[in-house]
Design a protein around this ligand. Structure first.
Ligand SMILES: [Zn+2]
Length: 414
C-alpha cells in the first residue's frame, strides 16, 4: 500500500483519492485530493459533464483534526458544462459546493454544539470561537433552507429574553412533537403576526386544533384572530406563577410591617410558600403549622394557593367550574389585595383557564423545551444577536434534526 492510500484508509476519507500529503511546520497536514472516478459531476444532478476549464482557483477545506494535526484538503474544482444546469464548478463529494469545511467537520461541529458550549466545541475542533460561530451559522442556514413546517396541530407561544437589556424573542412550539418551529424577534403583536401571516399558509392556520400561551394580550389576540379552529388554553405554568407572585406580595407586605422579632419567624418562608404540596417535607408542614399562629395573613394566602392546586386535578369541566367559583369567592373574602387582583386576572381569562380541563394541554413540554433553551442561553452567557441565539435554538430543540441532514456516510460519531 502506498503512503497516500495508507493516509486515506487511516483517516477514513470517503469519495476521494489522496494524491499527495505534506506535513507542514505549523501542525497542518495538507492533503491534495481529487474526487473518485475522475469527478466531473454536476453538483445539482450528479451527471458526468464535459470539462471547460481546468486552471481554476485552489480551494481548501478544513477536515477533522487527527492527533493534533489539523487536516486540510486542497483541490482545484474544474468547471464543467451541464446540459441542464449550465456552466458550474464540479461536485466535490466531501463537502457542500459553497462550504469551507468538509461534511465530516460540519457533522462533528453540529453534534458538539448540540451538547456543549461553542467555546468548548471550538477548543475541541481547534478553531477560534468566532470562526466556529460563523461556520455554525452558515451550516444551519444552509441545512434549514427551504424547510416548511408540517403537521402543526397544537401550538404553544412563549417569550424568552436573550440578552441583557431586555431584548426578547418569541418562540412558537409544536407541543405534539415537542420542538420549536419558529423564533422571531420581539414579543409584541407584530412579532407573532409575522409567524401566522408569513410562515403558515391559510390551510395550516385552519389545521391548528389547540393553542396555548401565557396571559400576554398580544399572543391571546393573535391566536383569536388567526387560529379560528383552536380554542385558547392559558398556560398552567403562568397561572401558577401569577398566583405564587400574589402570595409572595402578601409575604413582602407583612415583612415590611413586621418588627425585628417578628421578622425572625418570617425568615426563609419565600421558597417554602412556592413549594408544591407533593414536594413538601415534614419540617415544611411544621413551619406552615407554626405560621398559622405566627402570621394569619400569610397563612391565609398560602392556604388559598394550596387549595388552588386541586383545580388542575379535575377532569369534568362543570366540577372544575364549581370549584373555581367557590375558590374565587373565598379569595375575595380573604381581604388580601394581591389575591383579589389574581381573581380579577382569572375572571378576565376565565374561558382560557377552564379550557385546560377539557384539553389537559399542559405546557410542560414547552416548559421543558424552555428549560433547554435557557441552558443553551446560560451556556453562552447571553447572546449578542438574535441570529446566533436562533441558530442554537434550532440546533438543540428545533423541528429539524440538523446534523442528520448531512449525508450519512460522513457521520462521524458512530
Ligand atoms: Zn446538472
Amino acid at each position: 500500500m502506498t503512503g497516500c492510500k495508507t493516509i486515506r484508509k487511516l483517516l477514513r476519507l470517503k469519495g476521494l483519492k489522496v494524491v499527495a500529503a505534506t506535513f507542514k511546520q505549523d501542525k497542518r497536514l495538507l492533503l491534495t485530493v481529487k474526487p473518485h472516478k475522475n469527478g466531473c459531476r454536476c453538483p445539482e444532478c450528479g451527471r458526468r459533464c464535459r470539462i471547460v476549464r481546468t486552471r481554476t482557483e485552489l480551494r481548501m477545506w478544513r477536515d477533522v483534526s487527527v492527533c493534533s494535526w489539523s487536516v486540510w484538503l486542497q483541490y482545484r474544482p474544474r468547471e464543467i458544462v451541464c446540459p441542464t444546469h449550465g456552466r458550474v464548478s464540479e461536485d466535490t463529494p466531501w463537502a457542500d459546493p459553497y462550504a469551507r469545511v468538509t461534511y465530516r467537520f460540519e457533522h462533528l461541529m453540529l453534534s458538539y454544539c448540540q451538547i456543549m458550549t461553542q467555546k468548548a466545541a471550538a477548543t475541541l475542533l481547534r478553531v477560534s470561537s468566532s470562526t466556529l460561530s460563523d461556520l455554525l451559522h452558515r451550516s444551519i442556514t444552509r441545512l434549514r433552507a427551504g424547510h416548511r413546517i408540517h403537521g402543526l396541530r397544537t401550538i404553544g407561544i412563549d417569550e424568552i429574553s436573550y440578552c441583557k437589556g431586555h431584548k426578547y424573542a418569541t418562540l412558537v412550539y409544536d407541543l405534539d412533537r415537542a420542538c420549536v418551529v419558529w423564533v422571531g424577534a420581539g414579543k409584541g403583536r407584530e412579532s407573532i403576526d409575522v409567524f401566522f401571516n408569513a410562515v403558515l399558509t391559510p390551510h395550516q392556520r385552519d389545521q391548528i386544533r389547540w393553542a396555548c400561551c401565557d396571559m400576554s394580550e398580544a399572543y391571546i389576540g393573535a391566536i383569536r384572530d388567526h387560529c379560528l379552529n383552536a380554542p385558547l388554553v392559558l398556560d398552567r405554568f403562568h397561572i401558577v406563577k401569577a398566583l405564587n407572585t400574589a402570595v409572595d406580595e402578601v409575604r413582602k407586605e407583612q415583612w415590611r410591617l413586621a418588627s425585628r422579632t417578628e421578622r425572625h419567624a418570617l425568615k426563609g418562608l419565600r421558597w417554602l410558600l412556592y413549594r408544591h404540596s407533593s414536594t413538601r417535607s415534614r419540617a415544611d408542614s411544621r413551619t406552615l403549622k407554626a405560621l398559622e399562629q405566627g402570621n394569619r395573613r400569610i397563612y391565609r394566602a398560602w392556604r388559598l394557593k394550596d387549595e388552588f392546586e386541586q383545580f388542575w386535578e379535575y377532569s369534568a369541566p362543570w366540577a372544575a367550574e364549581r370549584f373555581i367559583q367557590r375558590w374565587m369567592t373565598s379569595a375575595l373574602k380573604s381581604r388580601l389585595e394581591p389575591l383579589r387582583q389574581f381573581v380579577n386576572t382569572l375572571r378576565n381569562h376565565y374561558a382560557g383557564v377552564l379550557a385546560f380541563i377539557g384539553s389537559r394541554l399542559t405546557n410542560a413540554i414547552a416548559e421543558g423545551l424552555n428549560r433547554v433553551v435557557k441552558i443553551v442561553k446560560n451556556r453562552a452567557s447571553g447572546f449578542r444577536n438574535l441570529a446566533a441565539f436562533t441558530d442554537m435554538i434550532y440546533l438543540t430543540v428545533g423541528d429539524v434534526n440538523i446534523p442528520a441532514q448531512i449525508p450519512a456516510t460522513f457521520h462521524t460519531l458512530r
